[in-house]
Design a binder for this molecule. Structure first.
Ligand code: ZN
Ligand code: ZN
Length: 299
């Protein structure tokens, strides 16, 4: 080869040329010494991950996506959404390519197991290209941390948060906000939060953490705590299972305008102050009681 005719040298000094087919950048976009066509032909395979691993929890169906567990619902209950996300984050796109979007994927069965035919649309200059490559698919079953705690170790305690006389939306939301604000060690001890119509159940991996959380909630919202042991006698004793601590917290939730019963008598709540509650009885008379008196009358 004559000096100066080497395509690499020509490309760096003058117009950039394709080292394979010789076309220059006036007619075709160039990526790293190759035109886009030759680039995709030679290197297209490298843009895609060889294979991906779809990790899911066989118990609750959530998926692990970049280190985090995300519920199937949050992924639109469509595993292809998860696959698309994993493939897209595994694409190796040279900087000359302006954008690369996964357009389509199909899960197929091959002799070697499952695979995905993934199509990516790339934009370079003013041109667009669509390339399809096969990506291996591995599925991995792993219990997510929440399910692992429940299944593997078994949870040691349940906190049942209820309202007195019943819980309302606003109180529920405030309690939930408070749960997120718990110290991390306590928050991590919550294996599961179950939302029920009558309140919230927390399943905890530690009895001690359960007692700490219960007392924090009571300090914040008032109410009373009753602790009982569940499964400490009878059959479960013989199976050797540790009894479970059940902590019931009843938070007084008396709203203005609501209808309550005290000692069998109906009242309308007229006004709620810090501690005093003004009620109107059946005869239309005003009665004032303290919150704790009302709560006591319900016990
Ligand atoms: Zn070329
Ligand atoms: Zn799970």
């Amino acid at each position: 080869m004559l000096p100066g005719t080497d395509p690499y040298i020509r490309a760096s000094r003058l117009l950039r040329f394709c080292a394979k087919c010789g076309r220059d950048e006036r007619s075709v976009p160039i990526i790293r010494h190759l035109c886009i066509d030759c680039y995709l032909e030679l290197k297209g395979r490298d843009l895609f991950p060889r294979s991906i691993t779809l990790t899911y929890c066989p118990s609750c169906g959530s998926y692990r996506v970049s280190g985090e567990w995300i519920s199937s619902e949050d992924m639109g209950n469509d595993e292809r959404v998860v696959m698309a996300y994993i493939i897209e984050s595994g694409l190796k796109i040279p900087e000359e390519i302006v954008s690369a979007d996964l357009e389509d994927l199909r899960v197929i069965r091959t002799d070697y197991g499952e695979a995905i035919d993934a199509s990516v649309r790339i934009s370079i200059g003013s041109s667009q290209y669509r390339i399809t490559r096969r990506v291996g698919l591995h599925r991995e079953r792993t219990l997510c941390p929440a399910c692992h705690k429940i299944r593997g170790k078994g949870y040691e305690a349940i906190i049942q948060i209820r309202g007195l006389p019943f819980i309302n939306e606003r109180l529920l939301r405030t309690i939930e906000e408070n749960l997120y604000k718990l110290p991390e060690a306590l928050r991590n001890s919550i294996a599961e939060i179950e939302h029920l119509r009558e309140g919230i159940d927390l399943k905890l991996v530690s009895r001690h953490a359960a007692q700490s959380i219960a007392s924090i909630i009571r300090k914040e919202f008032g109410g009373r705590i009753i602790e009982t042991e569940e499964g400490g006698t009878g059959r479960s004793m013989r199976t050797g299972k540790k009894p479970r601590l059940v902590i019931s917290i009843r938070i007084p939730s008396i709203e203005e305008g609501s209808y309550i019963r005290i000692n069998g008598q109906p009242y309308i709540v007229e006004r709620v102050d810090e501690e005093r509650i003004t009620l109107i009885n059946r005869e239309g008379k005003k009665v004032t009681m303290t919150k704790s008196d009302i709560v006591k009358s319900w016990e």
